[in-house]
Design a binder for this molecule. Structure first.
Ligand code: MN
Length: 537
């Protein structure tokens, strides 16, 4: 597609289409506590394609069999976007990425090598000439596999401008088609970060001549990831790397939904730019990522947070009732946020449920629909009014269960004042075998957790326990989120039920299942080779 590049806002040409490079499945999955299995990654990738992202970074193939398979299967099954695999500037990494992308219709290898002084001196222990030489060779090697090669000078925002210029010129000469300048440690501020892009475009006319894409990749350590990304766009970046819900290493990456909605809501200001994102798909994919990773979206999170469109102050409510535009700059429907209204009750049929699910962004197969219907009927028996949030919660819960290794069969607790809390729990493992244990504890939940620990034999120390109701009313569904520690690793779990004790039991089990997923993956990785210590931009 021919894209006009506009340096000045006075030029009245077609707006530049900013490429949205989604790294939820790579950088996002590096979030502490988040792990995704292959099925989850494939489901998210399909949603990302429907959302309209231009590039999906599926993983870092050399690091594990799981990442290799994710890149391979996304590359072969997902229609539309370019699929990227990450590689260090190391021959084995590039070979592995090339292998993972074999058969992918739109493959990209993303090579990175650190360039900042602190990384040169303390991590790589190499001089810049050597780094440039390795980078050139790596890009050439990647070009033997694919025509689309991205290069990232890791810690780019802390690299001297002249060095960034020289390495960019060198890798473009070697065949890189996108050069990404990562703010790996979230240190940059907007004007300074934007200046890097202005400088590179001014110094290197070959970028325009060869139609090379400059790209932004920002971390949110100072809360500036989105601002920095927008500053880069205003100064000539034509690709932005981001994640759903802003998940990622440490404080996370720039949030896709915030960048896209800033460009869209402020078209009056950013009229030179557009994206291919179908914004109505934002909310469903945000929910899916939150469910699969176990990373809650904070209530006041921009665009997708629960309170993003809630008006509390009386004067605001009055204004919004008279005219939404008084206090509302975005229409929640544009993001695909369903209006939470009373929809279904006990007498609603499958058809009504399927229709409502479709409106909520869930397209389920017949088997899954039947499961949702059964759970819905159960819930409608317990509570009169079933809201959209309840239905979403049921689907989220079932999606989690669908991949469960351990499943809850039943439990019984005895608890009260002056009574030793005692729990009896029965679970099934993957083979379908039932196992039962009893334990005492400091309260009913503690007793259940002790019994589960006996059955599963997985040590898990619960550090944080949070409960909230999904909808209003006495019979509302309760959601329990826990954060625990397994050896040295943080792990999260989530469970849902109208019975908060049962929700707590499910949350614990989902954490146990997550630990199992990670361990399976580690074993697979160890079986491949002893490749450790791979960091990423
Ligand atoms: Mn990163």
């Amino acid at each position: 597609m021919a894209e006009t590049k506009t340096d000045t806002s006075t030029e009245a040409s077609e707006p530049t289409c900013i490429r949205i490079f989604d790294t939820t499945l790579r950088d996002g999955e590096q979030s502490p506590g988040a792990t995704l299995n292959l099925q989850e990654k494939l489901k998210i990738a399909q949603q990302l394609a429907l959302l309209g992202v231009d590039v999906i970074e599926g993983g870092f193939p050399i690091t594990s069999v799981g990442d290799f398979e994710a890149v391979r299967q996304i590359g072969q099954s997902v229609d539309g976007p370019i699929v990227a695999g990450l590689a260090r500037a190391v021959p084995a990494d590039i070979d592995r990425a090339g292998e993972a992308l074999r058969g992918c219709p739109r493959p990209r290898i993303h090579v990175f090598c650190a360039t900042s002084k602190v990384h040169r001196e303390h991590k790589l222990r190499k001089a810049i000439d050597e780094i440039i030489r390795i980078s050139i060779e790596s890009v050439k090697q990647a070009r033997q596999y694919v025509d689309d090669v991205e290069f990232s000078p890791e810690d780019g925002s802390r690299t001297e401008l002249e060095i960034l210029r020289d390495i960019t010129a060198a890798v473009v000469e070697a065949g890189a088609t996108t050069v990404n300048i990562p703010d790996t440690v979230g240190f940059a501020v907007p004007s300074e970060y934007g200046e890097i892009f202005r400088y590179l475009r001014q110094q290197l006319p070959q970028l325009d001549a060869k139609d090379v894409y400059l790209s932004a990749h920002c971390h949110n350590d100072l809360g500036l990831a989105v601002s920095n990304s927008l500053a880069a766009v205003a100064n000539g970046a034509r690709q932005v790397e981001c994640t759903i819900n802003g998940i990622g290493e440490r404080a996370g990456n720039a949030a896709l939904e915030e960048i896209v909605m800033a460009l869209r809501t402020r078209r009056d200001y950013y009229n030179r730019f557009t994206t291919r994102i179908n914004t109505k798909r934002i909310y469903p994919v945000s929910r899916m990522v939150s469910t699969f990773t176990g990373l809650h979206v904070q209530r006041n999170k921009a665009v997708v947070g629960e309170n993003a469109f809630a008006h509390e102050a009386g004067i605001h409510q009055d204004g919004v009732i008279k005219f939404r535009g008084t206090y509302e700059i975005m229409d929640p429907r544009d993001i695909g946020v369903p209006e939470s209204k009373l929809v279904l009750g006990k007498h609603s049929g499958r058809h009504a449920l399927r229709q409502r699910l479709a409106e909520l962004g869930f397209e389920l197969d017949a088997e899954m629909l039947e499961k949702v219907y059964t759970a819905f009927k159960d819930l409608a028996d317990k509570k009169k009014d079933v809201y959209d949030d309840d239905i979403e919660a049921i689907v989220d819960d079932l999606l989690q269960q669908g991949r469960s290794l351990w499943e809850l069969v039943r439990f019984q607790v005895i608890s009260g004042t002056g009574v030793i809390s005692t729990a009896t729990v029965e679970l099934t493992d993957t083979t379908g075998e039932r196992r039962m244990e009893a334990a005492t504890g400091d309260g009913p939940i503690d007793a259940i957790y002790s019994a589960m620990q006996k059955i599963t034999n997985v040590p898990l120390e619960v550090e944080d326990f949070e409960t909230r109701s999904v909808t209003a009313g006495k019979e509302a569904q309760g959601e329990v989120s826990i954060q625990g520690r397994h050896n040295d690793r943080k792990v999260k779990g989530r469970g849902l039920s109208t019975d908060v004790v049962e929700a707590a039991a499910k949350a614990y089990l989902s954490a146990i299942n997550r630990i199992k997923t990670v361990e399976d993956r580690k074993q697979a990785a160890a079986a491949l080779n002893g490749n450790g210590g791979a960091t990423a931009p």
